[in-house]
Design a protein around this ligand. Structure first.
Ligand SMILES: Cc1cc2nc3c(=O)[nH]c(=O)nc-3n(C[C@H](O)[C@H](O)[C@H](O)COP(=O)(O)OP(=O)(O)OC[C@H]3O[C@@H](n4cnc5c(N)ncnc54)[C@H](O)[C@@H]3O)c2cc1C
Length: 421
């Protein structure tokens, strides 16, 4: 029998992995804590790496939709054009909740079980037994934690909440998020600011906007306004909530007396009376030494939760999915003991992804410091040097040769399997 995998979490990572495994006929079940799909009504941007990874996960996901994408970096303290730009070929941006709906629609019925909050994992012989909050249990050959930034699977893997181990922490920045109806944004800002993704840089703050939706459907300008927190700690640690209610006035107050341009002020005035303020958490200070242990693997945000300053968190999750699905395909149908085969797959996955995923976590933090002119040699006088820095990082994010990486990971897996025999 081929190994049966338990995927925890039906977010973007878990659902895409399920699609990739379905295409490869690899048996699995997805367990999601929420009683029904939960995603935000916010925008999600994809770079070329994400587009390539999705095409590997399932050609249907990558089919014929790539288009030129670019982002214009603006001096947020002056009204005028961009100071430099980044270009690529990608999928543009999607509405998160709608996109997750599309993805879930591609998973065969019965594969995703909602209302199953994982509480514990026990190993029993070569199997794992999962314990859920509703009192039920399930058995699998291994667990893949796709359960996001607050991952329970990661907590179980590092030995429980009591132990000082890998976990996410507050990055010292938060973000206001809002989807502005396109018509409203057009009226106030004009076509260029609405159709071109842009990142307005400035002192201790930066503002990202990008268009979401296609003509004929609902269209928005997605706005994310990032703030360096003077408090350094997030108020709702105890409730474990990373979002707090906020208003337009809160955002305006945070951008007061920072010298931001009329365009940015106008943008902030288009936000809603009620919106969310997101604490940005990541694993930069407490990373996982490796992404797997006995019968357990974590991928996506569960493994390497990052701040969103490269706009690539989900893109790297897609890369994880492409690599893992390709490695599982390699052992699928082989006459190895499933459990042992999976161990080698998890090790090869970790070897392939570990360094790159950790790079994103650290580089994303640094990128925010750059956009907010909080590093030496940043700010108005240094746009050329900043452009080079941004371009170098973007090239790492977007330029991965994923086919080659997967081929190398496959070779590594074969070597590990030979050594294990
Ligand atoms: C402000 C902001 C903006 C961003 N913008 C971008 C962007 O433009 N582009 C980009 O590529 N990335 C972006 N990201 C990053 C991106 O959102 C994440 O990388 C991505 O959503 C992670 O997906 P995931 O499926 O791994 O985790 P999640 O989306 O967190 O999904 C985890 C799932 O697991 C479930 N779960 C959790 N615990 C359990 C449990 N115990 N039992 C069962 N189920 C459980 C949850 O309910 C959830 O459905 C942004 C992030 C932030 C914070």
């Amino acid at each position: 029998m081929p190994p049966h995998l338990a995927l925890i979490g039906a977010g973007i990572t878990g659902t895409t992995l399920s699609i990739a495994l379905t295409r490869r006929h690899i048996p699995h079940t997805v367990y999601e804590q929420a009683p029904h799909p939960t995603e935000l009504g916010a925008g999600l941007g994809f770079g070329p790496n994400a587009a390539r990874a999705m095409a590997i996960a399932d050609p249907v996901l990558g089919a014929g939709e790539t288009e030129p994408v670019w982002i214009e970096f603006l001096d947020g303290t002056a009204d005028g054009g961009g100071v430099f730009a980044g270009f690529g070929e990608g999928h543009g941006a999607v509405h998160r909740a709608k996109w997750l709906g599309v993805l879930l629609g591609m998973v065969p019925g019965g594969v995703v079980q909602f209302g199953k909050r994982l509480e514990g994992v026990e190993r029993l012989g070569g199997k794992v037994v999962l314990r859920f909050g509703d009192g039920t249990t399930a058995e699998a050959d291994a667990v893949v934690g796709c359960d996001g930034v607050k991952s329970k699977v990661r907590e179980i893997m590092v030995g429980g909440g009591e132990v000082e181990g890998a976990r996410c922490g507050y990055s010292g920045k938060y973000a206001y998020r809002c989807m502005i109806p396109r018509e409203l944004a057009l009226e106030e800002l004009g076509i260029e600011r609405v159709e071109v993704s842009s990142l307005g840089m400035g002192h201790g703050r930066h503002v990202l906007t990008f268009p979401v939706g296609k003509p004929g459907g609902e269209q928005f300008l997605n706005l994310v306004a990032f703030v360096t927190d003077a408090n350094k700690s997030w108020p709702s640690q105890d409730t474990k909530s990373f979002t707090l209610p906020a208003t337009m006035e809160d955002a305006l107050r945070d951008f007061e007396q920072r010298g931001f341009s009329k365009t940015i002020q106008k943008l902030l005035h288009l936000t809603k009376d009620k919106m969310d303020k997101w604490g940005l958490f990541d694993m930069a200070d407490h990373p996982l030494p490796k992404f797997y242990s006995d019968g357990i693997l974590v991928i996506g945000d569960a493994a390497h939760a990052s701040t969103p300053h490269h706009g690539s968190g989900a893109g790297f999750c897609m890369e994880d999915v492409a690599v893992l699905a390709s490695l599982l395909e390699e052992i699928h149908g082989c006459d190895v003991e499933p459990y042992d085969g999976l161990h080698e797959v998890f090790a090869a996955f970790d070897e392939s992804r570990g360094e790159r995923d950790q790079w994103l976590v650290h580089s994303s933090r640094r990128a925010a410091e750059l956009y907010q002119w909080r590093l030496p040699d940043t700010g108005k006088e240094h746009f050329e040097a900043m452009r080079r820095d941004v371009e170098t990082r973007q090239a790492v994010c977007w330029g991965i040769d994923l086919e080659k990486v997967i081929q190398e990971a496959r070779v590594d897996l074969r070597r590990r399997r030979r050594a294990a025999k």
